[in-house]
Design a protein around this ligand. Structure first.
Ligand SMILES: Cc1cc2nc3c(=O)[nH]c(=O)nc-3n(C[C@H](O)[C@H](O)[C@H](O)COP(=O)(O)OP(=O)(O)OC[C@H]3O[C@@H](n4cnc5c(N)ncnc54)[C@H](O)[C@@H]3O)c2cc1C
Length: 388
């Protein structure tokens, strides 16, 4: 199995490749955008809205909210394509952490119109604000409090290393509403608009690989109405945990897309670069690196295909999604390391673009649950499956 597309999705995949080559890359050149800094908000908006016009942006959201209704199996084909291109607009082609997600299908009618519909059209962006300075892997350690005062809630606390914190129009903020009830029943998701008194963006982080995306959110006596709650009070984490499985599978597809690029560059270089009177690709030491990279890529694509199909069939995919995320995120880091090795000194130069990829993919083993957290989840499931 590999990431193969049906005829309809193949048309979309080709359209995406053309969009990047003919519109997105020229836009980057026109504005001389650096390769490792988030582009200006207005340009990102332009790319998102054009992508939506082409039926690409948020394509896996249901028709009734303005999406193209693609399954996850179809969406991952496009994610892999998007990440096989080198572009600073990678978050804006299909819709990344700042775009619409299935969590927001819990919106009520008012929230749907105000947030979800413009989000799907690419007009505005959001952010998923769960992590805090004292709560990363362990989301049950959240300290941001939402205290109920009459018909309103008052938020106090902060969020840390949040993607799209700086540019988002509204945030999905996870806050403790009932300490005694813990993760299930005690954590609520609120939709909080930028400009709400008491809500501000703190530091913008300079992050390895790509800067300008991550930042802090600060809440100081931030008063919001009760209808800012997304879904049911106390069950914010339940919404997030369901969505996170699909996201982990998408990360697998992204890693596969990046690896396709690394493999193509490495094979091309191995054929062209000559040392000791012959192409370096004629040496077994280099061939084995290419063989391992290609095998890893095939394994990842197969895992992504299989897990996405399970998700579409509404099967319990928690273990498999964790396996995809674990394997793919470590695989793409191996591939980036070996791609630089195959390129020798040239691989370390900014002009080949590989050192940037090397830095960028490092975060893959951290975001959406670290490798250790994935292993923990997989092992727990395995032990349970083999309980006497
Ligand atoms: C680029 C980037 C973007 C991000 N975007 C977002 C975002 O949009 N929204 C958001 O909410 N968060 C975001 N994060 C935060 C991210 O989710 C956390 O960094 C991640 O969950 C890990 O938490 P932590 O950094 O606090 O590490 P910690 O939880 O402190 O872990 C530190 C180390 O200890 C290990 N560890 C912890 N517990 C265990 C255990 N029980 N067993 C074994 N090992 C363990 C971890 O695996 C890790 O190696 C982002 C982070 C980065 C780097």
């Amino acid at each position: 199995m590999s990431l193969r597309a049906s005829e309809d999705v193949e048309i979309l995949r080709r359209s995406l490749a053309r969009f990047v080559a003919e519109e997105v890359r020229p836009l980057e050149k026109e504005h001389r955008l650096p390769g490792d800094v988030s582009p200006p908000a207005e340009l990102r908006r332009r790319v998102r809205m054009r992508s939506h016009e082409l039926g690409l942006y948020a394509a896996d959201m249901p028709h009734e909210v303005g999406g193209a209704g693609l399954s996850l199996s179809e969406r991952v084909v496009l994610d892999a394509e998007a990440f096989s291109h080198e572009t600073v607009f990678f978050e804006d082609l299909m819709g990344g952490p700042g775009g619409p997600s299935s969590i927001l299908l819990a919106c009520n009618d008012r929230q749907r119109e105000r947030y979800l519909a413009p989000l799907v059209r690419g007009e505005i962006t959001t952010c998923f604000a769960l992590s805090e300075p004292e709560a990363g892997s362990d989301a049950t350690g959240l300290r941001l409090r939402a205290e109920k005062r009459g018909a309103r809630y008052v938020l106090n606390g902060s969020k840390n290393i949040i993607t799209n914190a700086v540019q988002c129009d509204f945030a999905m903020v996870f806050a403790v509403t009932d300490e005694a009830r813990g993760a299930m029943g005690g954590i609520t998701c609120f939709l909080v608009e930028k400009g709400t008194p008491g809500f501000s963006v703190g530091r913008s982080h300079t992050c390895m690989g790509f800067s300008g995306f991550q930042g802090e959110l600060v809440f100081e006596d931030c008063e919001i109405p009760a209808d800012a709650i997304l879904g049911q009070e106390g069950f914010g984490l339940a919404l997030a945990l369901d969505w996170i499985n699909a996201n982990r599978i998408k990360i697998g597809a992204m890693a596969a897309g990046v690896t396709r690029r690394l493999l193509a560059a490495s094979a091309t270089h191995a054929r062209a670069r000559r040392q000791f009177g012959r192409a370096i690709g004629e040496n077994q030491g280099v061939q084995w690196k290419l063989a391992d990279m290609a095998t890893d890529l095939f394994a990842t694509e197969s895992m992504v295909t299989c897990a996405a199909r399970m998700w579409d069939e509404k099967l319990d995919v928690r273990k498999e999604a964790a396996m995809v995320k674990l394997y793919a995120s470590e695989m793409v880091n191996r591939a980036a390391y070996e791609a630089i090795q195959i390129h020798g000194g040239a691989g370390c130069l900014v002009e080949t673009g590989l050192e940037r990829v090397y830095r960028m993919v490092r975060v893959y083993t951290i975001v959406e649950g670290t490798s250790e957290i994935q292993r923990m989840g997989i092992a727990r499931k395995v032990l349970k499956e083999h309980a006497a």
